[in-house]
Every structure is written in C-alpha cells, then in structure tokens.
Design a protein around this ligand. Structure first.
Ligand code: ADP
Ligand code: MG
Length: 750
C-alpha cells in the first residue's frame, strides 16, 4: 500500500473512534476537509496510446505546417524557425490560413496572443475565430495581420511607468520561433509584448535579444577553434518542483488561498526527518495526477521525462528534456498554468510558492543551462581531443568570469518576496552566488593557472595540453554538491537559485547577456595578442590564465550552507546582501546598465521601469500577507484561543465549587497557568497586529517604490514572523478539536 495511506490510517481511526458527533458542531471545516481528503479515490486516467503517436498533437509544429501550408510557404517558415531568418510579410496570410485550419480541425473556436507580462504569470486575450458578416451571419476571421499583431489593453499590465496608463497602446507580436499550441478550445500564439515606443513590456523580447547576443559572441569564440561554426544555441533544461495539497484542505486555509503559503502552522511531529518520501512509492492519487500531467505535457510538445517525489512530503518534481532556451521558457510557463488545471481535475491544488511551509524544504526550479553549436558540439562538455578540451575550458572559464562579474545581478534575477524565504534558508542555495566545479575541472584550472607551457602545438591542426586526459564523461564524476547555487554538472551549469514560481526568463536573460559580454571581451583580448604576433593557441591560453585568476573568488566547492562560507564570501567580495529590495539595486549599477546596453538587450529606461515593478510587486506581496495575517489572527485565532480559555476557566471555577477553593486551585494549577499563557499570547497578538496595521499605513504613504519596498522588508515582514510564533504556540495549547485550520500534519500527509 502507498505510504501516504499508511500515514492516513492513524488519523482516520483516531477521529472515527474518539470524535464521532461532537466535531460536527465545532470546527466543521477542518475535520470535514480532512475526512473528505482521506476518502478520495484516484481518478482514472485514460490511456492515450503510444507517446510517439500523440506527442505534440496540440502543437502547430513542423509536421502540421508541412500538412497545412503550401510547400513554398512551409520552406520559408523553416528558414525562419531554424535559420533565424526574419518573417517574410508575403507569407503571413498563408501561414495564418493554415494555422487557423489546423486549429479549427482540432476543435479550436478561439485564438489568443499568449505572452508573459512582467507580473510573472501569462496573459491571454481571447478572440473568436468568427466575425459578423454584416448580413446576419458569421464569417471566419483570422488573417495574417491578426496572427502577427494584436493590441491588448496594455494599461492593465504593469509597465513601471514606461507608458502612462491613459494611453493604452502596446502591442503583441508573434514569435514564430515558438510554435502555436492549443489550450482547451483556444489557439495560443506565443508573442512578445512591447510598448509603441519600442520598450519591452514582457520577458520574451529581452530574452530573445539575450539569446541572440550570446549566439553572436559565442560563435565568434567558437570560430577560434572551428571555422565551420555559424550559430550557437543556448539550451535550458528546467526541473520544476511543486507541492500538491488536497483541494478540501487547501480551501480550509485562507492563507494558502490568498498568499500561496501558510502564514502559520506548527511543524508536524512527523516531518522531513523521515526521508522515506524521497523516491518513495508515489501514492495512488498522486500517481494518477502525474500520469495525467505527463500526458498533457507531451500533447503540448513538452518533452516531460522525469516525474518523481522530492525531499519534502507531498513535494514533487517534473523535468523535461532540455530544449532551446526560448522554447524551454515558454514550455515551463505553459506547464505551470496547465498543471493547475490538471491538479483540479484530481482534487488537488498545486503550490508553486517557493516556501509554502516553514521547516519543510522549499521549491525551486533548477535551470540547467548550456551552449551548443550548429555543428552539434556541446560547448560545456569535454571532448575527445586536446583541442576540444581547450575549447571546453574556454567556455567554462568565460562562464565563471561572467558569473563572477555579475554575481549580484544573477542573484537579483532570481529574487522575489517568496524566493527570499527559500534562498538562505537551511536547505536552499544561500543568497550568495558561487560556482561549484568539482575536483577534476578545478585541478585543471589550478594547473593551467600555474603552468607556463600549458599548451604545445604539435602541428597546425593538433595541439597538446599539459594535463592528464579530461575524462569525456564528467557527468557522473562531478560529485554533485547540492549546496551550490551555480554548479557545473558535467555538460552544463545548473542554476539552482531560480524559484519554483518564477518565469525562467529573467535568470536566462541575465546569464546569456553576462556570458555574451564576457565572450566578447575574451575574443577581443585574444585578437589583440594575435595582432601583436602571438600564435592563436598561445594567445588563448594566456587570456584564459588571466580570467582563471580573475574569476577565482566565485569558485567554491565547499558547503554553501555553512556560516564559515558567509564570512569567506564577504572577504572574497561576493554580493552577500540578503534584503530583497536592495538586491534589486544590482539591476541599476553602472556595470549592469552598460552590459545590457552594449549587448543590446535592455535600455536603461527599461531596466528602471522593471525595477519599479519589482519593488512594487514585492510590496504588494508582503502587504497581502500582512492583511491576511491580521484577519486570521483577529477573526480565527483569537476567538478560538479565547473560547478554549473560557472552557478552562469554566473548569477551574467548577473545580473550586466542587472541591473548595484551596483544593480546586491546587489541582487546577496547570490550567490556571495555561489560561494566563493564552492571555499573554492573545494580548501580544493584538498589540502586534495593531502595530502591523500602523506600520503599513506609514509605509503606504512613501512615494518611492524602492523606499516603500524597503519599509515593507525591514518593518513589516519581520512582524509576520513574530505574530506567527505566538499563533504557533497557541496551536500547541488549544484543544485540537477546537482548532479550525488544517494542521501541517494534515496538509502534508494526507
Ligand atoms: P537532477 O535532478 O539530477 O539534476 P534531472 O535529470 O532531473 O537531474 O534534470 C536534469 C535536467 O538537465 C534535465 O532537464 C536535462 O534535460 C537537462 N540537461 C541535461 N543536459 C543538458 C545540457 N547539456 N544543457 C542543458 N540542460 C541539460
Ligand atoms: Mg538538478
């Protein structure tokens, strides 16, 4: 039997035996929810047939284009998708026609431009395929113009002041490199979202620019080694972690509904100490959900590969095979919205919040990142020859140098109010960006740094490195330091600080752009030496040695969770700031602005606007949490606690009446102490909630978005923890039968 049911048995039997009718009067919601959660059966998932037959059936991919587009249009589209050519206006009507036909054949009735506004979720505006024909009938309406451009009301999306809200003009434009897909009965067309002034209002536009910046710079560096390289792709393989919570239990927790995390709740007696969950047998209901999720993902062309349990109870992970960065980012956004629907079908809710439960592992989204050439070479993987390995070392060292130079920015790219709970927490990467290389690569770099004749030219085509052979397969050799936020894992770097709920794009934009800038500097340095008459290979090694020295502070193979590392990181000059609003400042430093401008990814005004949004989003999140905390404390917790307190007082008085004052009081000593303790906690909570409200009023008057966020971070967020401590203490004291909110043990071990 599945382990979760094993956990369930003691609860169920306990309730059934000891609390039969009484609980119906008290705290109905919690116990009804628990009972309902335990009684659910797994949903039957229809077998969809062989994956190769239904994979991408909901995607207008190459095979559908081949079928639905005229031959010449199809081949032009291939040039756009694979060759990076721009879209030829003369074919868009024909593409729209084919796309519409496929969509309608597949049951679609509506279409939408699908984009990622800076809110972090995805947005859609649905239009029907049909229009009135003016003669009382309808005509099908979907032209090339409607495919390539749309005008959503930009005023309802955050723009950080780039556009004034009264002129609601921004437009979304088709990104033909990410295929259109079907969600329900809607054809979704991936688009970028920009203001009329040209500034990006979304993540995709700068992401595409960063991909092209790193392509250009990396291609130039590749050509030092191999003239046949003409394009470099950036790849992303994400691993999505999430929690599953039974829907009824979720509905009984207003904090989960409104903030995505539990603002209160004492740790369960059985917690993560028992790591039996990891790779444990997946309970039947979850197994059915996962099967369904995997099928839906495959139908949408998301190459889902691994689904398994994570470290924490009720925590799971889905990872697809890696893809080109742009597509992978879209696929992750599609998955995040689709999995919520699938979960509902199964009576679950998905929690993507980075830290839904205190004392339990948070959820991240490891972003596995690498570069690869159009000639099929993985640039972050060692090769067969010494020349391949020199190229491999070149890309590793340049990546490290980029990470070092922009370590603060990289941290800013993954920071949010929610991820702040995770980064720096006991189990997550710390709020310091460093890189783990593993002993093999580390010793190669150390050796190279200190050896003069590192490279020998045997002939024009062949060179010899003064190192023992780098094993071709490093993947299993890297000892997988789990505490590193940016770890080399054999053929890629794994950026682990990204939050579960985040769009991967900001992290990928920062990474691609920083690496592009560094590769350009590297190539310039090499070219300068060659111009001075240095042999190319010697020039490469010379420049590499310079950067190996340069990036040394960012290399750290030790335990990233230790306190010694924090002290050491400060000494090394790494960014150790832990306040989220201040971390965002990294987007506006001279170096960051210069980098984004030089690489043509974002302008200074775009960066400023984005930061306004980051700060105000941060404020809003804490503001909502503070409101919910205040309401729950006053309307749920205090009434429950006082009710229980009254029942104790009642008992104390009755004891006195029956046994006499002296004897009654002697025997009621503990109860009297509890009454007092509850009174103290209740008084504290009232005082703290009052203070919380006052501080909010003061903070809300602050004009500057940055200063307001700082006020929320410094003055309000810590109070949530203070109030929580009192509530969690009360949870342990108050009669379990009277507590109305589902407890951790119920939420996490249904
Ligand atoms: P783990 O959980 O052990 O880190 P997984 O197998 O769950 O590993 O996930 C690894 C992810 O890395 C997958 O998405 C995989 O496709 C991706 N990946 C593997 N090689 C590369 C690469 N060269 N570039 C980018 N991503 C990669
Ligand atoms: Mg991983």
């Amino acid at each position: 039997m599945a382990p979760q049911n094993k956990n369930a048995v003691p609860f169920l039997s306990f309730f059934h035996i000891f609390v039969p009718a009484k609980r119906k009067i008290m705290s109905r919601l919690r116990f009804d929810a628990v009972e309902s959660a335990f009684s659910k059966k797994p949903l039957e998932v229809q077998d969809p047939g062989r994956p190769d037959e239904f994979f991408a059936c909901k995607v207008f991919d190459k095979s559908k284009m081949f079928k639905y587009l005229p031959a010449d249009v199809y081949s032009k589209m291939l040039n756009v998708i694979e060759g990076g050519e721009s879209l030829d206006n003369s074919i868009i009507d024909s593409v729209a026609e084919g796309m519409k036909k496929w969509a309608i054949d597949s049951g679609a009735t509506h279409y939408t431009h699908w984009f990622s506004p800076l809110t972090g979720t995805t947005a859609e505006k649905h239009d029907a395929f049909i229009d009135l024909d003016g003669k009382g009938g309808v005509i099908e309406n979907f032209s090339g113009k409607l495919l390539t451009q749309q005008e959503p009301d930009a005023s309802s999306f955050p723009n950080g002041g780039i556009r004034s809200t009264f002129e609601a003009r921004g437009y979304s434009a088709w990104d033909p490199t990410s295929p259109a897909f079907l969600m329900g009965n809607t054809l979704c067309i991936p688009t970028i979202f920009v203001a009329y002034t040209g500034e990006a209002l979304d993540y995709k536009a700068p992401l595409l620019k960063s991909i092209s910046a790193v392509d250009k710079a990396a291609t130039e560096v590749c050509r030092l080694f191999d003239k046949s390289v003409h394009k470099v792709y950036s790849y992303l393989g994400w691993e999505q972690e999430y929690f599953l919570i039974d829907e009824d239990l979720y509905m009984a927790r207003p904090d989960l509904i409104l903030t995505g995390r539990t603002l209160m709740g004492h740790e369960s007696a059985k917690n993560q100490q028992l790591d039996d969950h990891y790779f444990g047998a997946i309970p039947e209901r979850v197994a059915a959900f996962m099967k369904d999720l995997e099928i839906e993902a495959l139908k949408l062309g998301i190459p889902a590969k691994t689904c398994h349990n994570e470290t924490a109870p009720n925590q799971f992970e889905l990872a697809p095979i890696y893809e080109q960065c742009n597509l992978a980012v879209d696929h992750n956004m599609i998955l995040m919205s689709m999995m919520k629907d699938v979960a509902r079908r199964h009576g679950f809710r998905v929690l993507l919040h980075e830290k839904p439960f205190n004392g339990v592992n948070g959820s991240g989204k490891h972003c596995n990142w690498s570069l690869g050439t159009d000639t099929g070479v993985q640039l972050m993987a060692p090769g067969k020859s010494d020349k391949d390995n020199l190229r491999f070392i070149t890309f590793v060292v340049n990546t490290l140098s980029a990470i070092y130079r922009h370590n603060g920015l990289l941290k800013a790219s993954v920071m949010s109010a929610a991820n702040a709970h995770r980064l720096g927490g006991a189990e997550a990467p710390p709020a310091i960006i460093s890189s783990f290389l593993g002993s093999e690569i580390s010793s190669v770099l150390d050796h190279m740094e200190t050896t003069d004749n590192f490279v020998k030219l045997l002939s024009k085509r062949e060179l010899k490195l003064d190192i023992p052979q780098i094993p071709e397969l490093l993947i299993d050799n890297t000892d997988r330091n789990r505490t590193s936020p940016f770890a080399f894992t054999g053929n890629r770097f794994e950026f682990r600080a990204v939050g579960a709920e985040a769009n991967c794009a900001p992290a990928m934009i920062a990474l691609n752009t920083a690496v592009a800038e560094q590769l350009e500097m590297f190539r310039d340095d090499v070219d300068a030496l060659v111009r001075k008459g240095e042999e190319k290979e010697f020039a490469i090694v010379k420049v590499l040695r310079k950067y190996i020295k340069y990036c040394k502070p960012v290399r750290f193979d030790g335990n990233g969770y230790s306190d010694e590392w924090k002290d050491e990181a400060i000494k090394r000059g790494l960014d150790c700031e832990s306040s989220t609003p201040l971390i965002f400042d990294n987007y506006l430093t001279k170096e960051t602005i210069a980098m984004f401008r030089k690489e043509n990814v974002m302008t200074e005004s775009e960066l400023k606007a984005r930061n306004e949004i980051k700060w105000s989003t941060y404020t809003k999140k804490i503001q909502i949490e503070a409101r919910v905390m205040g309401d729950l404390a006053l309307n749920h917790i205090i009434p429950i606690a006082t009710k229980y307190q009254s029942s104790l007082l009642d008992n104390i008085i009755k004891m006195e009446t029956v046994l006499g004052k002296e004897e009654g009081d002697r025997l009621s000593k503990e109860n009297i102490a509890t009454v007092k303790e509850i009174a103290e906690h209740v008084a504290d909570i009232r005082k703290l909630v009052d203070e919380l409200i006052n501080r909010r009023k003061v903070a809300n008057k602050i004009e500057s978005a940055r200063k307001r966020a700082i006020a929320y971070h410094d003055g309000i967020a810590p109070m949530l923890e203070e109030i929580r401590q009192r509530i969690d203490a009360l949870e342990l004291m108050v009669d379990d039968q009277q507590w109305t909110l589902p407890k951790y043990r119920e939420l996490l071990f249904f």
